[in-house]
Design a protein around this ligand. Structure first.
Ligand code: B3K
Ligand code: ZN
Length: 855
């Protein structure tokens, strides 16, 4: 397959200022007529080239005359030779939404017809220059059977509609804003709306609608609250006002991604809309608010200002993730949100950056762009924006975003445009900062503080290296902003104000003086840079920071580092020196100044995968054993405390407040420790929590603990859960996931058996992810020494690839990390990757991921 390169970008030969689409909708045979006004762009003699994918033209006409020989197919594309500069092109195609299993283009989901066009799905609907720098004004007419599809939605404003003969009806929508075709959407179906309204800062009234099956209406309140909060927040924080008169959201059950920011008509995976306390966890509630905000924020960062080409994807995604992170931080505990975001970065992005699929946030080439909707583009992209804000300061950053939106409104922009706007607004020189866009790999920073015995002085030495990544052997130093403070070893108080040190050389030194006591180093506070940090701080220093650092993130981080050092030493030596961890955890559990949500995060051990990341050669069993042993020790040594905390945080009636959420979180963490503490009653405690719970957080918290630990109550609870929720697919997804993530027993066998369960299907991306996606990140089970886990996932990849290549390709990265494992597993993993590569008819998606992984 062809490699697309960033350096090959050329402006489009033809522009399409206007497009009128006419859909005669039918699940088996939909007719699409497209009328394109095309205009030659610049002086050239190139023909008009319209992308297509699995579609064939039924007719082609130019300026009202049907053509028979002036067009040709070049592979999937339609090519028309045109003289002159302005023409009207009309094409007609027929689609079969109900057999579209790729879920790209127009497809059917649970009786609805809906679309997904990003990145290159529009070409599956009609012939068009499917690239984000072609911006058009859209008029969309839809016609369908009125009984089956009473609601007809598209982008922009509803301008006309009515009944037609034969039980049919139509609707006409017009979007006044120019947009790239990836933001086109339509939905047809039997839907009901939760309707509300929002008054913008300039006093305009916006009609809001969240469209779902009518039975699901009661589960849309939380999403609606989040939408209104997002609209107000973007006005306050970025001065961004909504621009159309309507904003609609539709929830669909079959969706490749989380959600999609189509102009004025966001389409969501139903898991990011539907929630009530009985069926959604606190984590689900948070994710819903975050995704609703994210898609809403795209209206400016993505839609009003879009991307010139797909290499600029992080321009909209990194920035928008940053904006949704800020929003969520402002809604609840900023410290806990930061901890969660960093944990997600470390779980998904750091391994990606250290493996065969590493790429800069602005990649240089791709085979299939869908493979680049990655944690790097999204989450590392957000960290880059966060660093910009830190370096420039709050005010200059806002001046920069204002300038960016003003300068590029209605345009398809580049990452370079964003950085230039930041420079122009602030006067800063960001020449070196641009390296963050160009270089892949997580920088490693070493920091060492040497206090002089007398004179109140200390010297901080810093050095950085950026590891080689595919295609980039040598790297230049990055500008790394480090928030640094020194704390007094006796008083625990900061010795002077926090400093922002930007390390932009390979090595550097910073002097501190006027220190009134011996200092302890607190560095990369708030995770000010996305790096791996190595310091020579002792266990005592880390324990001290975990108890005294006024920056909550730094406190959490010190504890994590202490735990990690202990665990890594355990893997090396076979014995776990748990004393300082036990003391530090006790200290955290008994500190009256800390809130429950923070404590719940701080006392969790680093994940097996994160421990693995630190090692040159991974033995998953050794890691699991050492981690389990430290977990058991914490359970037993602090048994009374866990019991007391469990009792103290016993929920009363369900409430969705930060403090009630924190209590639920800490209580489930405590239950987990009680289960490994040797307490005889743990299973009945868990079962009682399971039975008495009035919310899904407590229910699944108990079920998870039961599933992880062998007990007869496990089967009982799992069977009960299934019976109770068998009619609710989103909850049954949790039932699959809980078992796929289990850390005890024969998880491989369980997962193989679940794959034959009548409720399992590879056609629905949520269900596929709930079992196979979850299993592939269960480090111990997936890496079962027999290789069965690898074989299972590879079989799934091959089966799914025939239906939905995007979904199949997402399963590759876990196998792709083979180089990091001990030799036996390496060989087994590589063999499965080869077996996939040898399969006939592989998609571009899977081919790219597998060939790069073996590469
Ligand atoms: N922009 C969409 C991503 C769609 C991905 C399609 N492969 C969702 C989002 O990031 O908001
Ligand atoms: Zn996005």
């Amino acid at each position: 397959p062809a490699i697309i390169r960033r350096e090959d970008y050329r402006a489009p030969d033809w522009l399409v200022p206007e497009i009128a689409l006419d859909f005669r909708l039918d699940p088996a045979a939909t007719r699409v007529t497209a009328r394109l006004t095309v205009r030659r762009n610049g002086v050239h003699t190139h023909p008009l080239r319209l992308d297509g994918d699995e579609i064939a033209p039924l007719s082609v006409s130019v300026d009202g005359e049907e053509l028979h020989d002036a067009w040709r197919m070049d592979g999937p594309a339609l090519v028309i030779d045109l003289a002159g500069d302005d023409h009207l092109i009309e094409t007609e195609v027929q689609l079969s939404p109900e057999t579209n299993s790729k879920l790209m283009g127009l497809y059917a989901s649970g009786g609805l017809l809906c679309t997904q066009c990003e990145a290159e799905g529009f070409r599956r609907i009609t012939f068009f220059p499917d690239r984000p720098d072609v911006l058009s004004r859209y008029t969309v007419r839809m016609e369908a059977d009125q009984a089956a599809f009473p609601v007809l939605l598209s982008n922009g404003d509803h301008v006309d509609g009515g009944e037609l003969a034969g039980g049919r009806h139509y609707a006409l929508w017009r979007d006044p804003f120019l947009k790239p075709c990836y933001l086109f959407a339509l939905v047809a179906g039997d839907l009901a709306a939760n309707r509300d309204s929002f008054t913008t800062m300039s006093g305009r009234n916006i009609d809001l609608g969240i469209w779902v099956r009518s039975a699901d209406l009661p589960r849309t309140e939380h999403a609606m609250d989040a939408l209104k909060a997002s609209m107000a927040w973007d006005e306050r924080t970025y001065g961004r006002e909504y621009d159309l008169a309507v904003f609609n959201i539709v929830a669909v059950d079959d969706f490749n991604f989380g959600a999609m920011e189509n102009k004025g008509l966001n389409i969501f995976n139903s898991r990011y809309i539907l929630a009530d306390p009985e069926t959604a966890t606190d984590g689900d509630y948070d994710a819903i608010a975050g995704v609703v905000a994210h898609e809403y924020f795209h209206n400016w960062s993505g839609n009003r200002v879009t991307c010139r080409d797909w290499f600029q994807l992080s321009l909209k995604e990194g920035f928008t993730v940053f904006r949704d992170q800020q929003f969520s931080a402002d809604q609840g505990s900023a410290a806990v949100k930061r901890i969660e975001d960093v944990r997600a970065l470390r779980a998904a992005q750091f391994p990606e950056d250290a493996g065969p699929l590493a790429h800069p946030i602005r990649p240089e080439s791709y085979i299939e762009i869908t493979n680049f909707y990655t944690a790097t583009i999204y989450n590392k992209g957000a960290e880059i924006i966060r660093m910009l804000k830190l370096i420039l300061g709050e005010e200059a950053f806002r001046a920069g975003t204002d300038l960016y939106f003003e300068r590029h409104d209605g345009q398809a922009a580049t990452c370079e445009d964003f950085v230039t706007a930041m420079e122009d607004a602030s006067g800063a020189d960001l020449t070196h900062f641009r390296r963050w866009y160009a270089q892949a790999g997580t920088p490693r920073v070493k920091a060492s503080l040497i206090a002089e015995p007398t004179g109140g002085r200390a010297r901080l030495t810093l050095s950085q290296t950026v590891p080689p990544t595919p295609g980039q052997d040598t790297k230049q130093p990055m500008p790394i902003p480090l928030r640094v403070a020194l704390l007094g070893a006796q008083s625990g108080k900061p010795l002077g104000p926090e400093r922002l040190i930007v390390l932009d050389e390979a090595e550097s030194e910073v002097l501190f003086d006027g220190l009134s006591e011996a200092p302890v180093l607190s560095i990369n506070r708030g995770f000010s840079a996305p790096i791996c940090l190595e310091t020579d701080r002792s266990a005592a220093d880390l324990a001290f920071l975990s108890a005294h650092d006024p920056d909550p993130f730094a406190r959490y981080e010190a504890m994590q580092q202490l735990m990690l050092d202990t665990l890594l030493a355990g893997v090396r030596t076979g014995t776990v020196e748990s004393e300082s961890v036990v003391k530090a955890v006790r200290n955290t559990l008994t500190d009256p100044g800390l809130d429950a949500a923070f404590v719940g995060e701080a006392v969790l051990l680093p994940s097996e995968a994160f421990i693995a990341e630190q090692l040159d050669e991974i033995d998953p069993d050794a890691i699991a054993e050492v981690r389990e042993s430290l977990r058991r020790t914490l359970g037993t040594e602090l048994a009374d405390l866990w019991q007391e905390i469990y009792a103290r945080n016993r929920a009363n009636r369900y409430e969705y407040t930060p403090s009630a959420k924190g209590s639920r979180r800490l209580r489930s963490v405590a239950l987990g420790y009680i289960a490994v503490s040797g307490d005889e009653d743990w299973a009945s405690l868990a079962l009682t929590q399971y039975r008495d719970a009035d919310n899904m957080t407590d229910t699944i918290g108990a079920l998870g603990v039961l599933t992880n630990n062998a007990a007869p109550e496990r089967e009982q609870a799992l069977a009960d859960f299934y019976e109770r929720y068998r009619a609710d697919p989103l909850v049954i997804d949790k039932w699959f996931t809980t078992q796929a993530l289990a850390s005890h027993g024969d998880t491989v066998g369980t997962v193989e058996a679940l794959a034959t369960h009548p409720d399992f299907t590879i056609a629905n991306p949520n269900r596929l992810r709930s079992l196979v996606g979850a299993f592939a990140v269960n480090q111990r089970a997936f890496h079962d020494p027999s290789g069965r886990g690898y074989r299972f996932v590879a079989d799934m990849v091959l089966a799914v690839d025939k239906l939905n290549p995007q979904a199949a390709a997402r399963l590759i990265p876990s196998l792709g990390r083979w180089r990091k494992f001990e030799p036996k597993r390496q060989a087994l993993m590589q063999a499965e990757l080869r077996r996939i590569l040898d399969a006939p008819g592989l998609s571009k998606d899977v081919f790219e991921q597998v060939s790069k992984s073996l590469g």
